[in-house]
Design a protein around this ligand. Structure first.
Ligand SMILES: Nc1nc2c(ncn2[C@@H]2O[C@H](COP(=O)(O)OP(=O)(O)OP(=O)(O)O)[C@@H](O)[C@H]2O)c(=O)[nH]1
Ligand SMILES: [Mg+2]
Length: 405
C-alpha cells in the first residue's frame, strides 16, 4: 500500500432546508393560519481519528466530500429532516489545516478523537414564525443557510517518542528490527526504506516507547536531494533523536563528516528540530576489533566535539542496542514526569512543538514551490519524461509529496 502523508480535500457541508409557506386547509375552517414548517439543518462534516487507518491514501483518490442538505419544511407545521452528517476517518496523528488561511483546525492525536470541520447550514424558518397581529397570513419564509465550505490540508505525522536519523545504510532499519517487533526491509543499497516504520520497544510490562525508522538523509537533502527532507516532519513529535552512524563505512567515508552532514541538514530543515536531544549511536561496531572500539569512539567524539550521550552498538548482532533503549526509556519517563509536575515546562514543550511544526510546514512548502518551478522549467524546455506527469506529479497542482519513487 502506498504511504501518503499529505492530502488536500474539499469539504462542503449541507445547506439547511428552506422554510415553507403553507396555510392550514381544513373543512369548515376557511381561513386557517400559516402552518409552514422550518427547513431541516444541513449535514455537517467531521473528521475522526481511526486507529485502523495508517495512511491518507484514500484522500488521494476521493478529494471532495459533501454532506446532504436539509429537507425543506412542510405544511402542517412539519420541519424538514436534517441532512446526514459525514464522518471521515483519518489515521491517528493527522493534523487538519485550513488550506486557505493556514489555520490549524485541530490535531487528532487520540484514537476516536473527533473534529467538526464543516458545520451544516441552519434550516430556514417556515411562515408560522412570521404570524403577527397585523399579518395573519404571512407569505414569508426564509431560505436555508449555506453550510461551511472549506479546503483542508491533511497532514499525517507518525507518533513516536524516538526517531532514528542517519545516512542511508547507517543501519537504522536493522536497529529497529533488533529492538522491536517492527520488520522493515534491510538491504545493502541506499534508500531501502521509503516510508516511516514504527516499532514498539518493550522494556518490561507497562514500560514501552515507540521508535520511528525514517528514510535515510543525504547531503543536500534540504534542497531535495535523495528523498529530500519531507519525512523529517515525522520527527516533529519525537522527544529524542538517535543519530546512527556507521563507524566503518565501506565507501571509506569519514564517520565524523557523515555525522556533520546530517546535523547540517537537520538544521536547515528546522532549527528547532536541531535542538531536540540527539544521542550519538556509533553503529556497526562489530566491524571493529573489540580492543580498538573505545579508542575509535573516543576519536570520533573528540573530533566532533560531542558532549551528549554516546553509545557503541551493532544492530546486526544486537550488541549494545537494548542498552540504548533502557536509557531512552528512563529519559522519556523523566521528561513525562517533569511535564506532569511542572505546568510551565509542559507549556514550553508545547510551544516548542508548535514552532517545530510551523517550521517544517514552511520548509516543505518552500521546497514544493521550488520543485514545481523546476518541473515547469523542464516542461517548458521539453525535457520532462512521459512518466513525469503521473505518480509524483499532480495534474493540476504540480508535484505532490508522496512516498513513492
Ligand atoms: N556489520 C554490520 N552491518 C550492518 C549493521 N546494521 C546494518 N548493517 C548492514 O548495513 C546495510 C544497511 O542496513 P539497513 O538497516 O538497511 O540501513 P538503513 O539505515 O535502514 O538504510 P536506508 O533504509 O537505505 O536508509 C545492510 O546490508 C545491513 O545488513 C551492523 O550493525 N553491522
Ligand atoms: Mg532502512
Amino acid at each position: 500500500m502506498r504511504f501518503v502523508d499529505e492530502a488536500i480535500i474539499q469539504v462542503d457541508a449541507g445547506a439547511g432546508g428552506n422554510g415553507c409557506v403553507s396555510f392550514r386547509r381544513e373543512k369548515f375552517i376557511p381561513y386557517g393560519g400559516p402552518d409552514g414548517g422550518d427547513g431541516g439543518k444541513g449535514g455537517s462534516i467531521y473528521m475522526v481519528a481511526d486507529p485502523d487507518a495508517n495512511t491518507l491514501v484514500d484522500y488521494r483518490y476521493t478529494r471532495k466530500f459533501r454532506a446532504e442538505r436539509g429537507q425543506g419544511g412542510m405544511g402542517a407545521n412539519c420541519s424538514g429532516k436534517g441532512g446526514a452528517d459525514v464522518v471521515l476517518k483519518v489515521p491517528v496523528g493527522t493534523t487538519i489545516v485550513d488550506e486557505d488561511t493556514g489555520e490549524v483546525l485541530g490535531d487528532l492525536v487520540e484514537s476516536g478523537q473527533r473534529l467538526l470541520v464543516a458545520q451544516g447550514g441552519r434550516g430556514g424558518l417556515g411562515n408560522i414564525h412570521f404570524k403577527s397581529s397585523t399579518n395573519r397570513s404571512p407569505r414569508k419564509s426564509t431560505p436555508g443557510h449555506e453550510g461551511d465550505s472549506r479546503r483542508l490540508k491533511l497532514e499525517l505525522k507518525v507518533l513516536a517518542d524516538v526517531g532514528l536519523l542517519g545516512l542511508p545504510n547507517a543501519g537504522k532499519s536493522t536497529f529497529i528490527r533488533a529492538v522491536s517487533a517492527a520488520k522493515p526491509k534491510v538491504a545493502d543499497y541506499p534508500f531501502t526504506t521509503l516510508v516511516p516504520n514504527l516499532g514498539v520497544v518493550d522494556i518490561e510490562r507497562h514500560r514501552s516507547f515507540v521508535m520511528a525508522d525514517i528514510p535515510g538523509l543525504i547531503e543536500g537533502a534540504s534542497e531535495g536531494a535523495g528523498l529530500g527532507i519531507r519525512f523529517l516532519k515525522h520527527l516533529a513529535r519525537t522527544r529524542y533523536l538517535l543519530h546512527l552512524v556507521d563507524v566503518a563505512p565501506i565507501d571509506g567515508s569519514d564517520p565524523v563528516e557523515n555525522v556533520q552532514i546530517i546535523a547540517g541538514e537537520l538544521k536547515k530543515f528546522s532549527p528547532t528540530l536541531a535542538t531536540l536531544p540527539r544521542w550519538l549511536v556509533l553503529n556497526k561496531m562489530d566491524q571493529v576489533l573489540p580492543e580498538e572500539r573505545d579508542e575509535l569512539a573516543a576519536g570520533i567524539v573528540e573530533r566532533l566535539g560531542w558532549s551528549g550521550p554516546v553509545f557503541q552498538t551493532s544492530g546486526l548482532t544486537g550488541e549494545g542496542a537494548m542498552q540504548v533503549c533502557y536509557r531512552l526509556m528512563e529519559a522519556i519517563e523523566e521528561q513525562r514526569r517533569v511535564e506532569q509536575e511542572d505546568p510551565e515546562a509542559a507549556r514550553l514543550e508545547q510551544e516548542k512543538r508548535q514552532q517545530l511544526e510551523q517550521e517544517s510546514r514552511l520548509r516543505i512548502e518552500e521546497l514544493r514551490i521550488q520543485q514545481r518551478a523546476a518541473w515547469q522549467a523542464r516542461k517548458d524546455a521539453g525535457l520532462n519524461d512521459e512518466d513525469d506527469d503521473d505518480g509524483d506529479w499532480d495534474d493540476e497542482d504540480g508535484p505532490e509529496i508522496i512516498y513513492q519513487r
